[in-house]
Design a binder for this molecule. Sequence first.
Ligand code: GLU
Length: 549
Amino acid sequence: MDTITLSNLLFPDVTMTPEELEEKFPPRNVPEGAVVTRMAPSPTGFVHLGNLVQGLTSERLAHQTGGVLFLRVEDTDAKREVPGAVEVLINTLKHYGIFFDEGATIDGDQGDYGPYRQRQRAAIYHVYAKKLVAEGMAYPCFCTEEELAAMREKQEANKETTGYYGKYAMWRDRSEEDIRAQLDAGHPWVLRFRSTGNIANQFKFNDLVKGELTITENDIDHVLLKSDGIPTYHFAHAVDDHLMRTTHVVRGDEWLPTLPFHIQLFKALGFKLPKYVHIGPLMKMDGTSKRKLSKRKDPELALTFYKAEGFPVEAVYEYIMTLLNSNYEDWRRANPTAPATDFKFSPKKLNPAGNLFDYAKLMDVSKNEISRMSAEKVYTLLLEWAREFDPDFAEKLAADPAYATSILAIGRGGKKPRKDLATWNEAKPYMGFFYDEYMQKPDFGDKFSKDIIISVLNKFLATYDFADDSTVWFDKVKAITAEIGFTADMKAYKADPTAFPGTVADVSAFIRLAVTGKTNSPDLYTVMQILGYDRTVARIRAAVQALAD
Ligand code: GLU
């Protein structure tokens, strides 16, 4: 059978031509050198840090060159699709500030190069499938699962490369009679690419991250269309990225092994090859060795984890920038308040081997990020987080915004702001004592006698004046220290600890414990000022009472 007849037989419904599609999706009107790129995730319901790494890379490349970033939903694998996953994907990326110029949105597709959901593009793929068949570059394969399994077994037994190639490509050159018989019997078929590649041939290829690669030609007749007429990733990648006029393909390097096939496919289709930016995996230290972050083992791979922990979006964004471009941190030190988008992002600075994800570093970055925020901003973000993840705390925060903000203002501003919080999840342990319901009962330990502690607290109550400034306040604490025979001279104490029963630090600790229930707190004078006279005194009295009981 001639190939034109075969193409009509396989695709009787295709009426459009590739030329019409070329016209419908013309080259984009973007400035010279502008990057047109996309994020093309599969809606599996799981959005991970890797998506964000790729998303940010694409976003920066597109927007810093005046180009276009679009979102394409790769939903060809209906089996893996989870209901609502597209919405989760779109909302999560939005939450992390990845802004798309066009593509799939919650309210449908936006843009002139759609549809942007692959299942809605079946008719488009068929146009090119028909063309390939007509030109002798693709053919139907009627192999059953069993036949393919037997083939694989045989190849393994012979220690040969597995796959559908060369002499194993059973349907490559079958007679018209055989093909018609199968079609007439209504047997399912897949469309395969007729590879002309030879694994003895190699060529050089330049990847924007990996640098120069030596590529071995592909000789496998890969599947282009599955038996339901839906394309494989490979075929959809070529057709979509061509028609959507993608200039740069940013994707995970798990696609490198099939890159030879993609290059071949673009050529067979007469498409210009885009540039490739293959991103290495995210890894973590496991004991002394590195391994890829795994969905099964590492909860920190899921973006929902960062939201639930309460990492501000800015912090995650900032941390990923430090991962992606090694010179980002230096730039940040020199430009502490500049928007991250001022940084000149370069794909060449991406680590070809992938990045080591360092949770402790993320915490550090986040601490810095939060320490630079205004108390009002911290309040807003914390409340937003608490509304979703700790409604009880949210209620308390919302009941008196001015009070909560004054707590969050402690140690803020100035050259060396306090760095108490890395996540919103840490806020309650840090500041919960400001709310009576969250105040823990003080544990004074047994290093000092109850009488001493009671006497310190009573003396403090006797002289405490809310109007005192912090110096007068501390002078009074020192006076109590002297009265009970402790020392305020820390140097002398360090030189001979046996010479004194205790120090001013112990005296402060008794008062701190009584007022905050904790051994650690921000500046105690300020804490009391925020708590107010009545609450401070009531807490100290309660502690005295509890000690006396
Ligand atoms: N759907 C593919 C994935 O999720 C997209 C890869 C690409 O960006 O081309 O891995």
